[in-house]
Design a protein around this ligand. Structure first.
Ligand SMILES: [Zn+2]
Length: 346
């Protein structure tokens, strides 16, 4: 009997099963009520007293080994049932890579946030426009160089000499949206128009054929240049910090009179002069001015009763000043190594 138990001990330790049916056969053979173990325990009753101790120990060892084998095989099968084609379905998934907002979107949203806090609405308009909304109503003379094919992407043009209202083009500035607002709303008007604009420029670090603008317009009775200055000072301090200074330099745009360009004090050197501000202490940020009476009249607004101011800036320019990224091309290449750096921005 001792020999038989030893044989079974070897058998149990070397046994392997391929599936749950074979496992059940193993259980029936060894552990069931009519199995080998039950049979051996039955026989054990007839073992002579002297041999009982040795055989009893071996028999208990066999029972223990058989149970352990069964349990370990069973748990092996349970794990296997949670896999499909070798893939463990209970394994935690790979973490999702969280995307980030594009820096242009971040700055655009910040600009919108600043101006909507002081009562500006947001207006949008078509990117494909006609000459009338982009140039004529904004007081561009028929021969103005901005109408040139070298500056403007035309979709259809009747004649290269005389511009006609039927000329269809990609808008070169978002002032076209302001024209549509003035045509459709009565003053007071207080709105900003963010959007994409297109110019026929060779792509370089400093110029691109696509960029983004935010333009602002405020028309009401008694709007003055002082209102313009104060609005822009508020903007500059919200955007670049409360110690930011601004300065206005005389300039020229067809649609404003008088016109100015605005600089903000260089945040990097605090106005002392550095490479970024070309040692002037100032950084150019936007163009602005009082809306030209011709523009108001062209949009059916009484220029004797109403005055207004307008301003416009490139979002890329604002982003450059904010993040210190001074190659325009980076904003359009969608290189994840560049975009990933803005994950912590809002
Ligand atoms: Zn500086």
């Amino acid at each position: 009997m001792l020999q038989k138990i030893n044989d079974l001990l070897n058998e149990v330790s070397s046994i392997s099963v391929k599936n749950s049916e074979e496992l059940e056969l193993f259980r029936l053979k060894y552990l069931s009520k009519k199995g080998l173990l039950a049979e051996l325990f039955e026989d054990f009753k007839n073992v002579p007293g002297l041999e009982k101790k040795d055989i009893g120990q071996k028999l208990n060892l066999l029972k223990q080994n058989a149970l352990e084998k069964f349990n370990s095989l069973k748990s092996g099968f349970q794990n296997q049932e949670e896999t499909i084609d070798g893939k463990d379905l209970t394994r935690p998934s790979f973490p999702y890579s969280i995307g980030s907002r594009h820096p242009i979107s971040i700055v655009r949203n910040e600009l919108i946030d600043i101006f909507t806090r002081i009562g500006f609405t947001v207006s949008e308009g078509p990117e494909i426009e006609d000459d009338d909304h982009v140039f004529t109503k904004l007081n561009f003379a028929p021969e103005h160089p901005a109408r040139d094919m070298q500056d403007t992407f035309y979709i259809s043009r009747l004649s290269s000499e005389d511009s006609s209202p039927e000329d269809i083009l990609l808008r070169t500035h978002t002032s076209s949206v302001q024209v549509r607002v003035m045509q459709n709303q009565k003053p007071p008007i207080r709105t900003i128009s963010p959007g994409r604009v297109f110019r026929n420029e060779a792509i370089s670090a400093r110029a691109h054929c696509i960029f983004h603008q935010v333009e602002g317009l405020y028309i009401d009775e008694n709007v003055s240049f002082a209102d313009l200055r104060q609005t822009l000072l508020f903007f500059a301090r919200e955007m670049f910090g409360k110690d930011t200074k601004i300065r206005l330099r005389p300039s020229y745009f067809p649609f404003t009179e008088p016109s100015a360009e605005m600089d903000v004090s260089c945040k990097i050197c605090g106005g002392k002069g550095c490479n970024v501000c070309k040692h002037t202490g100032w950084l150019e940020i936007l163009g602005c001015g009082m809306v030209h009476p011709n523009v108001l009249e062209a949009c059916n607004i009484d220029s004797k009763k109403y005055t207004g101011f307008a301003f416009g800036m490139g979002i890329e320019r604002a982003a450059m000043l904010k993040y210190g990224v001074n190659d325009l091309r980076l904003y359009f290449e969608n290189d994840l190594r560049f975009l990933d750096q803005f994950k912590t921005a809002f």
